[in-house]
Write a protein that binds this ligand. Structure first.
Ligand code: BLG
Length: 488
């Protein structure tokens, strides 16, 4: 029987031809664009976050918050617009990651836990935090996990803290805790502060951000090891965007941007210390209401933000109208006699007069600064001049320029200002010796107080009776915020 067979050579040709055909077909198929390419093509980076002081919120000047500031820089580095979306709670956040069409980045103070490995891909870390058990001052302080039994504890639903407590329950069967998706971390801290619950578990950065508003909350102990905050992407996405994220996080770590943001948002405690934070919270409740009307009134006259004036007043005198410095400078806004005379203030110890004089003086300084100094630096320079005098500030700017730095940037001038106290430097200046370190601290502190006041007095309370409506109780949750900010 004749059976047709192919020669070996013929078979080789056939295989080669098939392979080439396959290759041609593969090349003609459109390649699925990578996650990064999809973001670039859309021209926008969609970011889902939480509405809280440590992540994203709106103040008088618009959107702000640690996560917002960081992610805004990332979108800029990609050359795309940033589109912020607010999740109702953590479950909603992870659901959006998994189910949304198109790439979404979650930037919301998330902890990369093993339990979340199936829900998201995590970036490298940008902040290390410790989970802390929080109790109310005056109550018995829990010192170890066993002390948590028999207490009323609440944490956010879907949080790493809920996972941690659930894990602890296997060792401590009597441990009970509640979860809620109706609240944010600020609400939990307020509930401890007011005694509605005994304990909560929050991350150290959230506490640092909020400690000043809740004078009675205290850290009982750290529960477990420090953990890492990361951004997250949907589990199904390829790693192209994740690689960009990690490269960006490395870059902001190296160039100091990350540290600046940490200082700004979580540094209150560093500047105020725990005692200072506690004191500030008390003064906010007890002293500010007496002067708030005057701050608002004078701020309006000078087209300033009243919180900025209030922050100055706190730095100057802790809102005390009879304050007197060693150098004889007096009153709530610490006017020298010369300034008081120039501003037509007859009695420096009269709070209303002092606030009027201080407001007028800072507005005048700000208007007189050279055009080359732009906002926000302009405000910091005006504050420095308020404190150390315009002549000394000019000296520092000249020294700054001589060093090859930028005399219009506060970041540069503040490095040089302390030199005004060293003879080798001040001997070369026009106005001579000055305690140049003082305005540097002065400005840094006022910026912190201003940030805190901004969060405590969110814009939606602006026209209401602040003192009565809970100005000093920042339990503003996401619902009130978004109702009043349709943009959210
Ligand atoms: C400021 C004046 C400036 C003045 C500088 O001193 O006072 N500001 C006000 O009066 C509002 O006008 O500049 S100058 O006019 O060009 O000479 C320099 O003299 C006030 C500062 C001084 C500071 N507090 C407002 O910030 C102060 O009291 N320092 C002393 C601190 S301690 O008690 O010695 O620790």
């Amino acid at each position: 029987m004749f059976v047709p067979t192919m020669s070996r050579k013929c078979c080789g040709y056939w295989l080669l031809a098939s392979a080439m055909l396959l290759l041609l077909w593969a090349c003609s198929q459109p390649l699925k664009p990578s996650t990064l390419e999809r973001v670039q093509k859309a021209g926008e980076l969609r970011v889902v976050t939480r509405n809280s002081p440590a992540t994203y919120f709106q103040d008088r000047n618009g959107e702000t918050g640690f996560e917002y500031e960081l992610v805004k820089r990332f979108a800029k580095s990609l050359g795309v617009e940033l589109k912020i979306e607010i999740a109702d709670n953590l479950d909603d956040l992870f659901l959006r990651l998994e189910q949304d069409k198109g790439p979404v980045l979650a930037a919301a103070g998330l902890i990369d836990t093993p339990a979340r490995a199936t829900q998201a891909q995590f970036s490298s870390s940008y902040l290390q935090v410790s989970p802390q058990i929080i109790y109310r001052q005056g109550q018995r302080r829990p010192r170890r996990p066993a002390d948590l039994q028999g207490k009323r504890i609440m944490v956010l639903k879907g949080s790493s803290h809920a996972q941690q407590l659930a894990a602890l329950q296997t060792e401590l069967p009597e441990l009970q805790f509640e979860v809620s998706d109706e609240v944010e971390v600020v609400d939990l801290l307020r509930m401890v502060d007011e005694g509605q619950i005994d304990l909560t578990l929050v991350d150290s950065n959230e506490l640092a951000m909020n400690q000043v508003y809740f004078p009675k909350v205290r850290v009982a102990f750290d529960l477990g090891e420090p953990t890492n905050l990361s951004w997250a992407l949907a589990p199904g996405e390829d790693d192209s965007l994740l690689k960009e994220v990690n490269a960006f996080l490395d870059q902001v770590q190296d160039n100091g941007t990350l540290q600046q943001l940490k200082d700004r948002y979580y540094g209150h405690i560093d500047v105020l210390g725990y005692v200072g934070a506690y004191t500030f919270a008390q003064h906010l409740q007890q002293r500010l209401p007496r002067y708030e009307k005057a701050f608002r009134q004078e701020a309006q006259v000078q087209s300033l933000d009243w919180r900025f004036l209030a922050a100055m007043g706190y730095q100057e005198s802790l809102w005390q109208p009879d304050a007197t410095s060693k150098t004889g400078v007096r009153g709530l806004m610490m006017l020298t006699l010369r300034t008081a005379n120039a501003m037509a203030v007859s009695n420096r110890l009269d709070a209303a007069q002092s606030i009027r004089g201080g407001a007028k003086y800072i507005a005048k300084i700000q208007a007189q600064l050279p055009e080359s100094i732009q906002e926000p630096d302009r405000t910091w320079f005006a504050l420095a001049a308020y404190n150390v005098g315009g002549g000394h500030l000019e000296d520092a700017r000249r020294l700054t320029e001589a060093e090859g730095l930028n005399p219009n940037k506060w970041l540069d001038v503040k490095k040089i200002l302390p030199r005004l106290a060293q003879k080798q430097w001040y001997s070369k200046t026009r106005y001579g010796y000055a305690r140049g370190g003082e305005p540097v601290h002065f400005v840094a502190n006022i910026r912190r107080y201003y940030d805190i006041l901004t969060w405590v007095t969110l814009p939606q309370l602006e026209d209401s009776q602040l003192a009565e409506s809970g100005l000093h109780m920042p339990g503003i949750n996401k619902r009130t915020l978004s109702e009043n900010n349709p943009a959210l």
